[in-house]
Write a protein that binds this ligand. Structure first.
Ligand SMILES: C[S@@+](CC[C@H](N)C(=O)[O-])C[C@H]1O[C@@H](n2cnc3c(N)ncnc32)[C@H](O)[C@@H]1O
Ligand code: SF4
Length: 396
């Protein structure tokens, strides 16, 4: 049984399931726009969805909002304004809340960014992926390197000094020099935050069905060994596996996920995790993925594709899976307050990992060793609930 003195901080995630073009590497719930985006109908559906969530979070204040996708920037500033006003009218939003919107450089110009800012957006996350035109073409991006640069400049001119750039490395045919050139060009744009993801071949993507030739392990290792010092030399501090930020500019929304905070998820395919302190329950639920089905069902029970309450050992695993992505490790007090469990639920696993040189347990603080950081997957597997470990080791 979980026991909470107070529920963890609350965030709001809003999913936008449309993009101009479906990129061949992407397994997000995103669909190429056929005709026009049903802006107004979707915003109404989001309100119905949110209203259905309200009883579970009554009296709690939202600390961060993240509009992700898909490509939220295919929506007009007027629609985003209506959405944020409607959210404020329905639940308490911290006046200092971080409000992020994801944007694709092929869908924005300065005026649109200025409109988002007026609507209340105070952080942008721009997907540039690379600043090399031949790599952008292989990735089937809808913008050139010059357009990506212009988008970052337009964001700044519109008043956003807090913006993130998404970059990927390990691209088809990419050399370590090219990966570092991308980083250098991105750093020149002076984003407050950089997300640097290794390209992965995800099931159900075109790249998975027809795999391009990707750099081998040695090259990937070189990219990271050269890229990380380059970022550090420009004051981008790595605080998570793929996240680098200037001082004071870490993404508060993502930090709340990684600290096992709560979040309401609205929109097609959105996931949420909510703690009911009174009942001692942590519930995960997710919504209908297909935009049309979502539009038709939002606000009704049918819209909730599924939901389940976590068991204690699942909560321990999910806590570790998230917290151990953070470089700074965690406090055992933080485990007790956000998981609602006493430390004996996690201590035996931590002690064994410490014996194997993957973690250091210093009184109540837990942090990785270099070995634990480099073999993060091995470390995380140790937290898998037993049933899942057996399922993984026995294909029958
Ligand atoms: C929802 S998208 C961001 C915004 C917008 N849709 C765009 O692409 O411009 C989130 C980010 O995840 C990253 N991403 C998507 N698929 C990936 C993959 N297969 N491997 C690594 N990173 C991936 C990309 O950097 C992408 O910008
Ligand atoms: S990477 Fe971004 S633009 Fe491309 S399909 Fe995925 S969500 Fe859409």
């Amino acid at each position: 049984m979980f026991q909470f003195s107070a529920p963890p901080p609350l965030s709001l995630y809003i999913h936008f399931p449309w993009c101009v073009h479906k990129c061949p590497y992407c397994d997000f719930n995103s669909h190429a726009i056929k005709d026009a985006v049903p802006e107004s109908a979707y915003i109404e559906a989001l309100f119905r969805d949110l209203e259905q969530e309200l009883p579970a979070v009554w009296g709690r204040t939202v600390q961060t909002v993240f509009m992700g996708g898909g490509t939220p920037s295919v929506f007009s500033p007027q629609a985003i304004d209506r959405l944020l006003s409607g959210i404020r009218a329905r639940l308490p939003l911290n006046p200092g809340a971080e409000i992020t919107l994801e944007a694709n450089p092929g869908t924005v110009e300065q005026e649109k960014f200025a409109g988002y800012r007026e609507a209340g957006v105070n952080r942008l996350s721009i997907g540039i992926q690379s600043l090399n035109n031949s790599h952008l073409q292989v990735l089937e991006r809808i913008h050139s390197a010059a357009e990506a640069v212009r988008a970052a400049q337009a964001a700044r001119c519109a008043g956003f000094d807090n913006f993130n750039l998404d970059l990927m490395f390990g691209l088809p045919g990419q050399t370590p020099e090219q990966a570092c050139d991308d980083l250098r060009a991105a750093i020149e744009l002076q984003p407050a935050h950089l997300s640097w993801y290794q390209l992965t071949l995800e099931p159900n993507t075109r790249f998975h069905a027809h795999p391009p030739v990707l750099p081998d392990g040695d090259r990937l290792w070189d990219m990271q060994n050269q890229g990380h010092p380059l970022l550090a030399a420009h004051s981008y501090i790595q605080y998570e596996v793929s996240a680098f930020a200037q001082a004071g500019k870490r993404c508060r929304h993502n930090l709340n996920y990684w600290r096992f905070g709560d979040y309401i998820g609205i929109g097609a395919g959105a996931h949420g995790k909510i703690t009911d302190g009174g009942q001692g329950i942590i519930t995960r639920r997710w919504k209908q993925r297909l935009p049309q089905t979502y539009l038709e069902t939002a606000g009704s029970k049918t819209c909730i594709q599924d939901q389940r309450n976590l068991t204690e050992s699942e909560a321990v695993f999910e806590f570790a899976l998230n917290q151990l992505r953070l470089k700074q490790g965690f406090e055992l007090d933080g485990f007790e307050s956000s998981c609602g469990l006493q430390r004996h639920w996690i201590l035996p696993i931590l002690k064994e990992a410490a014996r194997d040189g993957l973690l250091v347990l210093d009184r109540s603080k837990v942090r990785h060793t270099d070995k634990g950081w480099h073999f993060l997957n091995n470390l995380l597997e140790r937290f898998l609930p037993e049933e899942a470990q057996h399922a993984g080791s026995n294909p029958d």
